[in-house]
Write a protein that binds this ligand. Structure first.
Ligand SMILES: [Zn+2]
Length: 75
């Protein structure tokens, strides 16, 4: 699904809304630039399986550090 990605801030409890991977990247980057301007963007990506909802067990916290991904897209 297109809205299966959620990004969690590595510095505080902030989480983006569910959205596409690219939307989440923009949101978490915006959050970092506002809330943690001196911290390298990082954190955890959550991927939701299926679209029926209501099943917290379907959540997978991948624990992906996406710093490298973001850095690559900047340059
Ligand atoms: Zn934060």
């Amino acid at each position: 699904m297109a809205d299966s990605y959620r990004f969690r801030c590595g510095e505080c409890g902030y989480r983006t809304a569910w959205g596409s991977e690219s939307q989440g990247e923009v949101r978490i980057e915006t959050h970092y630039s506002r809330s943690h301007p001196h911290t390298l963007t990082g954190g955890v990506v959550e991927v939701r399986k299926g679209s029926s909802g209501g099943c917290s067990g379907c959540l997978i916290a991948l624990g992906v550090v996406f710093v490298l991904l973001l850095l690559a897209s900047r340059h």
